[in-house]
Design a protein around this ligand. Structure first.
Ligand code: HEC
Length: 493
């Protein structure tokens, strides 16, 4: 056969199918189901999306804009890169869905058979997981201004839990949904947050000035709440209050936030304990992050070797504005590699925890590697400084930090203790910044317990000269958060 005849023959076979499919893309037949399942959860009244996508008119009148955000993959918001970890509740559109949308817009947005437009999914505005076991509400509303910079504020729910409990899920019902960008739930069983609450005359606490004794995950608008898989649950110890750190994004209209939280408890303790593997530990505290102004590719890496077989349940990352990429890869003892999560356009506003579709088994000896890339150049649109400035490790969102956290259970329950001991050792080494002498010293001298002993002049603070020599350099500059040249008890903790 001559090539031209071959081409003709192929066209003859293919074209009727293609033409047929093309003529069939309609709102009722193809587009509505995609939009309703992938967009409407956020794009409906009272949710975070800035406009509704609930009807043919809603979608067709914005068709060109929708098409561009869909093709750029900015919507639906979903940051993990395809092929690096498989997650439940994925919000990504498939290539075919994007293709169909493009063809639909090209064809002039035909509606199709109106009677066949699928019904909107049932969105409940009540509790998504049913009636919670414990419901707590913010005591006073917090006023979020109409405009200005984003607001970070922590609110205390003074629960003082009467007994140890295990938490299967936390559901947040914000009142001002359109301004709540995300929230993280911390636990404090020392009462320290309660003491700070309202000190500046407004409900809540500015920043993070309280003790954290645990955490219960977070809330990202639009992400579906779910129970932890199997019988897994998070510990919430007796006496705990919940402290909710909230990130508000002003909407152009003044709003008052008075959130309600619902807690779902397990009937019994889980058979296996969830153990966090944070790489690098303590959000890179010991890494001496110091990023020159203009540096476009500042890399931080670290690794942890799992001592026993583990099952990875979920993964997430944390960093501030100028982080651009984060990636966690498991290097298995047999030489193979498994990419666990890769985010190539990190955005502080969309930090999420991703649950693996199936638990990922990592055999003993697997190295878990994290790579973080920071872009402190003027080209980074998220750079908080213009022109760029030197940025160092710190707790303000304009400082930097970063790590990725894998939540695992020991495959063999009896080995959980060994796993926890290894992560503790790894964390101490992290604090010591890889310095073996400092690590050894910290192991035998807990700064919290030695505070009074070291505070020779009894002024309730540790001056540089009062710090053991080995800890001076590392501890001082990074832990002196208020910059007064001495470490208060809260700073040491
Ligand atoms: C998880 C919630 C969520 C989902 C799901 C979602 N959006 Fe959005 N969308 C938002 C938010 C929030 C904004 C406001 C911009 C921002 O804060 O990033 C937005 C903004 C937009 C914008 C305006 C973008 C701009 O630059 O002004 C478009 C267009 C859009 N979404 C389309 C879609 C489409 C199409 C889908 C489904 C394929 C979708 N969204 C799914 C939350 C969502």
């Amino acid at each position: 056969m001559k090539p031209s005849i071959l081409v003709f023959a192929l066209l003859a076979i293919l074209s009727p199918i293609t033409l047929h499919a093309e003529s069939k893309v309609t709102f009722s037949g193809d587009i509505a189901s995609v939009v309703f399942s992938k967009c409407t959860s956020c794009h409906r009244p009272g949710q975070t999306g800035p406009f509704a996508l609930m009807t043919y008119e809603d979608v067709s009148k914005r068709a060109k804009t929708l098409r561009s955000v869909i093709n750029e993959r900015t919507m639906p918001p979903w940051h993990p890169v395809a092929g690096h970890g498989e997650f439940r509740n994925e919000r990504r559109l498939s290539k075919q869905q994007i293709e169909k949308f493009n063809r639909w817009v090209d064809a002039g947005c035909p509606i199709g058979d109106k009677a066949k437009i699928p019904p909107l999914p049932k969105f409940t505005d009540g509790w998504q997981l049913g009636e919670p076991d414990l419901i707590v509400e913010m005591k006073k509303g917090f006023d979020v201004p109409a405009d200005g910079p984003d607001v970070y504020r922590s609110f205390v729910f003074p629960i003082a839990l009467p007994e140890d409990k295990w938490v299967k899920a936390v559901e947040l019902r914000p009142q001002a949904r359109s301004v709540v960008h995300h929230a993280i739930f911390f636990l404090d069983n020392t009462g320290s947050a309660r003491k700070q609450d309202g000190k500046d005359g407004k409900p809540g606490i500015h920043g993070m000035g309280f003790r954290i004794t645990g955490a219960l995950g977070g809330y990202v608008p639009g992400s579906s709440v779910a129970f932890l898989p199997g019988d897994l649950a998070m510990p919430m110890t007796k006496g705990s209050d919940i402290v909710m750190q909230t990130h508000f994004h002003p909407s152009g209209k003044e709003e008052t936030e008075k959130a309600t939280i619902g807690l779902y408890f397990a009937d019994k303790p889980p058979s296996k304990k969830l153990v966090p593997i944070q790489v690098p530990p303590l959000f890179s505290f010991g890494k001496g992050i110091d990023i020159p102004a203009g540096e476009g590719e500042y890399v931080v890496t670290d690794k942890f070797t799992v001592p026993v077989d583990v099952d990875a349940v979920s993964i997430g990352g944390h960093a501030h504005y100028i982080c651009r990429e984060m990636k966690m890869v498991a290097k298995l003892p047999d030489g193979s590699e498994k990419s666990l999560l890769y985010i190539d356009d990190w955005n502080l506003d969309w930090q999420d925890r991703y649950y693996f579709k199936d638990f990922v088994r990592l055999p003993a000896g697997t190295e878990v590697h994290t790579k973080l890339v920071y872009d402190n150049s003027a080209e980074n649109p998220n750079n908080p400084y213009d022109p760029p400035r030197r940025i160092r490790w710190g707790r303000q969102s304009t400082d930097e930090m970063g790590s990725m956290t894998l939540l695992v259970t020991a495959a063999n329950k009896a080995e959980s203790v060994r796993l926890q001991a290894a992560t503790r050792r790894y964390t101490i080494q992290g604090v010591a910044g890889g310095n073996r002498l400092v690590a050894q010293f910290l192991k035998n001298n807990d700064p919290k317990r030695n505070f009074t002993k070291w505070d020779k002049n009894k002024d309730g603070k540790l001056q540089r000269s009062e710090m053991p020599f080995l800890l001076r350099r590392r501890y001082f500059d990074q832990f002196d958060i208020d910059g007064d040249g001495a470490l208060g008890k809260d700073e040491v903790e």
